[in-house]
Design a binder for this molecule. Structure first.
Ligand SMILES: C[S@@+](CC[C@H](N)C(=O)[O-])C[C@H]1O[C@@H](n2cnc3c(N)ncnc32)[C@H](O)[C@@H]1O
Length: 500
């Protein structure tokens, strides 16, 4: 059985405003807390260990130390110190279910974490991190997850253009909406979990950020509306229906159906030109190439799409990982639950589970551009700027015929390096690899023609002039080399090696 939470009663606006002031006055910010804890203790907390943090705070008194003990370190603090850090707020926050007073000590029942981007200090309300210091990881079915690695991946993947309307589907603690509000005039955040909506409301008020909260499943709360950007980190765990449902990760739909519904439903809420960006897991079923399954979902949308699989787990790895996430590792019933999950995978013909992301864009072209690829290698975040660049170059290529391509004066991306392989001292390399240093750090094996082409693209010469010069050097027929190079040139632009 999962544990259950204290009831969360949204605190009054006045209480949240007063709390915000206390947090700001104490410098309870990302920088303030990290500075107080130090790097070692900060990193330990990211590994769910508070001991180095408690040591770092030994001898420290005052509001910042108290708030850091209370929330990130989840430790009891003396009532007098809590009152000093949160004057007049201990009782109302206890009534709201965020704190509990027991005798002369106060503890947190829910988390209030500092968070931020380059320009803003925010605070996020969510449930306490389970399993701190090796404690139980069992959580309530309506547990509201804090900022997870998946949250930050999505936040960095999102295209951050100034837009009119943005949708945060499955808002949880409200983290995506904080980011959306920095570049969208209007943000709508939805969730099926009332506790999540209550936490997100606290997050919004504490951070002094406006977003509209709506209850409901998938696109139902926004039916008939249009958005320029939809971001979602949905409950994508590929699992059988039935049994305990942790709403932050289990959709209640079988397998990867929730992702299919989000993808196929995207055009119904996307404004022309709008992006829908989804973090997802998907099943590899019965020998069918995973790409073709995803392509079926995407193709029906009429959107351009760039889908990246970052990781592939086998069924046993996957079930084990999520059973541990639910705090079931080593618990009674673990083996039976593991066995049942594997049995369900086998019945469904699921041979692996892919993890990655999808970026769809409603472009309404006759032939949408769909790229579905495996990229398990290191990347550099944030990727949002590269996703936007991909969309722009797809538009460019769609309107460029061969003459335009040959008369373009492309510029090589400034992070391209060339690696050559071969025996030391050899005059000619056996293999040439071009490698990008940023974003999706692609590598591409090329021949001398393509290496020369990319090398010469500095915005001065046209691609036609460059190819003709290479043809002359190699004693090749210019027209033939042009024809052979054109499709590669398009790929080089699509992948961002060259741009114009
Ligand atoms: C993995 S959490 C993501 C939370 C947050 N957006 C983030 O990026 O960290 C998934 C969220 O989706 C919500 N959710 C679950 N089923 C849903 C549904 N059918 N429709 C909308 N939201 C749902 C959960 O309650 C949870 O808050």
């Amino acid at each position: 059985m999962a544990t259950s939470h204290s009831r969360l009663v949204p605190p009054s606006r006045g209480t949240v405003t007063a709390l915000r002031k206390c947090l700001m006055d104490a410098d309870y910010t990302v920088d303030g807390v990290t500075g107080l804890l130090g790097e070692v203790a900060h990193r330990a907390l990211l590994r769910d260990v508070s001991v180095p943090g408690m040591r770092a705070l030994a001898g420290h008194r005052g509001p910042l130390a108290t708030l850091t003990r209370l929330w990130p370190l989840q430790s009891g603090v003396p009532l007098a110190e809590a009152e000093q850090a949160l004057p007049g707020l201990v009782e109302p926050l206890a009534a709201a279910g965020l704190l509990i007073r027991s005798g002369e000590a106060v503890r947190a029942l829910a988390d209030v974490r500092p968070y931020g981007d380059d320009t803003s200090d925010w605070w996020v309300a969510c449930d306490l991190t389970p399993g701190l210091d090796g404690g139980s990881r069992r959580i309530g079915t309506d547990h509201v997850l804090g900022i997870s690695p998946a949250s930050t991946t999505l936040a960095q993947l999102a295209v951050r253009d100034p837009v009119g309307r943005a949708l945060d589907l499955g808002t949880g603690c409200g983290v995506q909406s904080l980011h959306l509000a920095t570049h969208a005039a209007e943000v709508v955040a939805t969730d099926v979990n009332e506790r999540a909506l209550a936490m997100a409301a606290i997050t919004a008020a504490l951070s002094d950020v406006d977003f509209e909260l709506r209850a409901g499943s998938l696109y139902a709360p926004v039916a008939g509306e249009q958005f320029d950007l939809v971001v979602t980190n949905p409950p994508f765990v590929v699992s059988p229906v039935g049994g305990e449902r942790l709403v932050y990760r289990d959709s209640g739909l079988p397998g990867d159906e929730v992702v299919r519904r989000i993808v196929t439903g995207a055009p119904s809420v996307l404004a022309p030109g709008g992006w829908c960006q989804v973090l997802a897991n998907w099943a590899h079923v019965g020998g069918q190439p995973w790409e073709s399954r995803i392509a079926e979902w995407v193709t029906g949308t009429g959107c351009d799409a760039w889908v990246v699989q970052r990781e592939l787990l086998d069924p046993a790895e996957y079930a084990q990982m999520w059973l541990a996430d639910a705090g079931l590792a080593g618990a009674p019933g673990w083996a039976a639950a593991y066995d049942a999950w594997l049995g369900w995978f086998a019945d469904q013909g699921i041979e692996g589970i892919g993890m990655g992301w999808l970026s769809l864009r409603r472009t309404e072209r006759d032939e949408p551009v769909v790229v579905i690829e495996d990229f398990p290698y290191e990347i550099e975040q944030p990727l949002g700027v590269h996703v936007r660049g991909w969309g722009r170059r797809v538009d460019l290529l769609a309107s460029a015929d061969d003459d335009v391509m040959l008369s373009a004066r492309p510029v090589r991306a400034d992070d391209v390096v060339q690696e050559t392989y071969g025996p030391p001292g050899a005059a000619d390399p056996e293999r040439i690899v071009l490698r990008r240093q940023r974003g999706v750090r692609r590598a591409r094996s090329v021949d001398t023609v393509v290496a020369a082409l990319v090398g010469a693209c500095d915005g001065e010469l046209t691609t036609g002039q460059i190819v003709d010069a290479v043809a002359a050097l190699l004693d090749a027929e210019a027209a033939v080399l042009r024809a052979d190079t054109l499709p590669i040139l398009r790929e080089l632009v699509a992948e961002g090696w060259l741009d114009f």
